[in-house]
Design a binder for this molecule. Sequence first.
Ligand SMILES: [Zn+2]
Length: 142
Amino acid sequence: MRRRHRIDQARYDRLKRMLVDRERDVVVRLRALRRSLPNEWAELRDPEERGSHRCAEEVDFALVEMTSATATRIHEALARLDRGAGGTCVDCGGAIGTRRLRALPFTDCCLACQQRREAPAAGASTAFGRPAPRPARVAREV
Ligand SMILES: [Zn+2]
């Protein structure tokens, strides 16, 4: 079975499976996170009382937000895949590397374009002698 797509069927299947697996993970994680958020937090009206609860819950809320964002990206990636553009960089149109897709199946750009996106706009003048982007940045992006 061949499709008139930019990616072949094997790659499509593999990517689809990765995305569906990842989606399942994210849904489970979101459900668990939402359950772990204390209901009383929303009921605390006293700012001082709220303050004491804040740190831990803020982390949870941030996690929920990040996980929701990941879910959205997975849905977008699945939509792109069904349009025949899965695993293709939206910036340069090139194929996204298999290793990158395995780590980030929902990514919409190749490594080179990702680095370009993360580089400051004035990157051209500061490109020399600058250290490579730190892994922490990439991790946050995930
Ligand atoms: Zn690219």
